[in-house]
Design a protein. Structure first.
Length: 228
């Protein structure tokens, strides 16, 4: 008589162990691929944010306009103001403010770039000459910024840590622009980044006149200006 012969218990245990090892190896490989993909996507997203923020900063600087403004207390502020210390940042009047809705307002915009915590922010006002109730719109340009440093190149080729230079006074203090600006940005992931920007010829003051605060340029909708 011929007897049917099956697998022994030991053979079944060995087969199960082999399938378990193959499954574990496959899972570990898949998990590694997913982690790599997630890290790559996060790196790409941060790199895009960095490039977009610096590009927006450069656009504002390259469109600077010789248009001094007044603060909420009626005091004049220079067309370009660079500050150092805890409130390090740069504030300027820029041309090229888009107006797709055809609103009755100025084509110039007052913007300020500054660091708040670890967020590099772009702030803009809907008016040039501000009233006491004029509040800036805040855009989060870049996260993970540890510090920023600014330097300004004057007409004599000297670097200044603030702008306007201390030796300048009178009308020149309000309308004088630097020849170039150096930005040193320390990022938590990318380390120290340095950009040197040469300021192009700015619009003359006569071409940059805008309505006073409280007039028609206050009709600007809050959402516009989100794209510098």
């Amino acid at each position: 008589m011929r007897y049917a012969r099956g697998f022994t218990l030991l053979e079944l245990l060995i087969a199960i162990a082999l399938f378990a090892l193959l499954g574990l190896a496959t899972y570990r490989m898949l998990d590694s691929v997913l982690l790599t993909d997630s890290s790559t996507r996060a790196h790409e997203q941060q790199l895009r944010e960095l490039v977009r923020a610096i590009a927006a900063f450069e656009r504002d600087l390259l469109q600077v306009s010789v248009r001094p403004v007044r603060d909420p207390f009626g005091e004049p502020r220079p067309a370009l103001l660079g500050e150092e210390g805890d409130d390090a940042g740069v504030e300027l009047s820029r041309a090229g403010w888009r107006n797709p809705l055809g609103l009755v307002r100025a084509d110039l915009q007052r913007v300020r770039w500054q660091l708040s915590g670890e967020q590099w922010q772009r702030r803009y006002w809907n008016v040039l000459d501000q009233a006491q109730d004029s509040q800036p719109q805040v855009q989060q340009a870049l996260d993970g910024v540890l510090s920023i440093r600014l330097r300004f190149l004057d007409d004599e080729g000297n670097w200044q840590s603030s702008w306007p230079p201390p030796a300048v006074s009178g009308e020149a203090q309000l309308t004088m622009l630097p020849q170039a600006l150096e930005l040193v940005l320390e990022h938590r992931r990318y380390g120290e980044l340095r950009r040197l920007l040469r300021l192009s010829d700015a619009l003359p003051k006569e071409a940059a006149q805008a309505p006073e605060a409280g007039q028609s340029n206050e009709q600007q909708v809050s959402g516009e200006g989100s794209e510098p």
